[in-house]
Design a binder for this molecule. Structure first.
Ligand SMILES: C[S@@+](CC[C@H](N)C(=O)[O-])C[C@H]1O[C@@H](n2cnc3c(N)ncnc32)[C@H](O)[C@@H]1O
Length: 455
């Protein structure tokens, strides 16, 4: 194998997709990652990076397109960092995600015999997101509200309409942009660290139709922003909440240190699985409502509750899973590190007349050993950790607890494989895994796994 040089033009066939959705091909044995390349494509690429073991290529020409290549409907596709797979036919997106889960579990987890259930397709391919976060910036002297360009986190694309969000959220996006331009509102400059407006976060209760605009700014300039709030309420009638979150810190996050109500109330309502959830600006809530409902129904079935069990919901967030399982078990403990999410969970339990749940605010690795020390036992554990998966101490405590069934909801097949591997070495059996597509057109992969003790 001769190693090609940077700048060289190569012809290659893409034969796989990597974890983040890049195409993977080989030129005379040398591995090349190509953004936008799809399995089955014959491409001419220019080598932008040539490392010892692999390189990165930029497409110069699609010589023969993959049979799964389709026209991406979004005009920003290719530049926007949001969707990476819009140009891949949906059945092929599903096949890619299912294969990633199987590969991870078999290769990384060293897990042998288990069932891989068919991936659950999303019911809506566009307009499915109930939450979007846009960055406010100034580009060439003009204020823009949009999404970051792929691989260029300092550059914001002025997105007039995002196909992943519903129409009412696109209407809010449009009104905010117009107001910004008409009134020449001050925009934050990340490099200089000055200016007012930083982010626009939009939410919709998909089942209630209620919408929220959360404006993130560097100062509580309520008088400047009140006319914007009134405009949104007047022109987008579904708007029940406009809030201001203040973030004066350098860190580029859309979560504020203080919140002010600009119009309406401080939350929207969403209904899911027959329950009502109050969602405030900084609450965690699964971003695809329709598919979350399917995911949760699968979790509930996997728990196989009789009504007599004690259940632990680890990483319980705002308690969506807890509250759905609560009527089917004797009692439930949720553990969640974000105090505001715990407050939401408690409030949502009360609003739905649920009184057998206790929510503990703090880390799983601290609260789980404490529950065990206090003699609390659980027959069933549901865990829905963040991408990093379990902390070793939290996993150790889970093994010590020894529930009969563990239902693991994962948004990262790599850490699922690691944790499931550890659990099988500690006496659990991985029965089955089922990928669920929560995010069409993006490489994100969600999966449920069921493990049983002994067996
Ligand atoms: C994928 S979300 C689960 C959300 C939840 N199932 C729901 O639907 O609302 C993961 C949650 O884990 C929480 N978290 C992250 N690290 C944690 C830790 N070490 N201990 C407890 N909770 C943690 C996050 O705040 C987040 O709410």
């Amino acid at each position: 194998m001769s190693r090609p040089r940077r700048g060289e033009s190569l012809s290659l066939t893409i034969d796989d997709l990597a974890f983040g959705g890049e195409g993977v091909g080989r030129a005379d044995g040398y591995v090349v990652f190509v953004r936008g390349g799809l399995p089955g494509d014959r491409l001419r690429v220019r080598l932008a990076e040539a490392r010892a073991r692999f390189g990165r290529g930029v497409i110069e020409a699609v010589e023969t397109p993959s049979p799964d290549r389709v026209e991406a409907p979004c005009p920003y596709f290719g530049r926007c960092g949001g969707c990476r797979l819009q140009h891949l036919a949906y059945p092929a997106q599903l096949a890619f995600k299912a294969k990633q889960v199987a590969d991870c579990l078999q290769r990384l987890g060293g897990l042998g015999r288990f069932e891989i259930r068919p991936i659950v397709p999303a019911p809506e391919l566009y307009g499915y997101r109930n939450k979007m976060e846009f960055t406010v910036a100034e580009v060439a002297g003009e204020p823009v509200v949009g999404l970051h360009e792929a691989e260029r986190y300092d550059s914001v694309l002025d997105v007039e309409r995002c196909l992943l969000q519903p129409d009412a959220l696109n209407a809010l996006l449009d009104e905010v942009r117009r107001d910004l331009r008409e009134r020449r509102l001050s925009v934050y400059d990340q490099a200089a660290g000055d200016g007012l407006l930083r982010f626009l976060m939009l939410r919709e209760g998909r089942r209630t139709g209620e919408t929220m605009a959360n404006i993130v700014a560097t100062a509580p300039e309520i008088e400047t922003l009140a006319p914007l709030a009134e405009r949104l309420r007047a022109r987008v009638p579904s708007t029940v909440s406009v809030v201001l979150n203040v973030n004066a810190k350098k860190a580029s996050v859309a979560v504020g240190t203080e919140e002010h109500l600009l119009a309406g109330r401080d939350h929207i309502n969403e209904s899911l699985g027959g329950l009502t959830f109050q969602i405030s600006a900084n609450s965690f809530f699964k971003t695809n409502t329709a598919q979350a409902e399917r995911l949760f129904a699968l979790v509930e079935a996997a728990c196989a509750l009789t009504g007599m069990e004690t259940v632990f919901d680890l990483f319980s967030g705002t308690g969506a899973i807890s509250l759905l399982l609560a009527p089917r078990c004797r009692r439930l403990f949720g553990i969640e590190v974000a105090a505001t999410a715990v407050e939401d969970a408690v409030r949502n339990a009360r609003a739905n007349g649920i009184d057998n749940c206790t929510f503990l605010s703090g880390e799983v690795r601290h609260h789980l050993p404490e529950l065990i020390r206090n003699g609390v036992k659980a027959e069933v554990v549901v865990a829905d950790p963040p991408r990093a998966g379990f902390h070793p101490k939290a996993l150790q405590a889970l093994v010590a607890l020894g529930p009969a069934r563990i239902v693991y909801v994962s948004c990262n097949p790599g850490t699922l494989a690691r944790d499931a591997g550890d659990l099988t070495r500690a006496g659990y059996r991985l029965e089955w895994v089922q990928p669920v597509d929560m995010f069409p057109h993006t490489p994100h992969i969600e999966a449920i796994a069921r493990l049983t003790r002994g067996g």
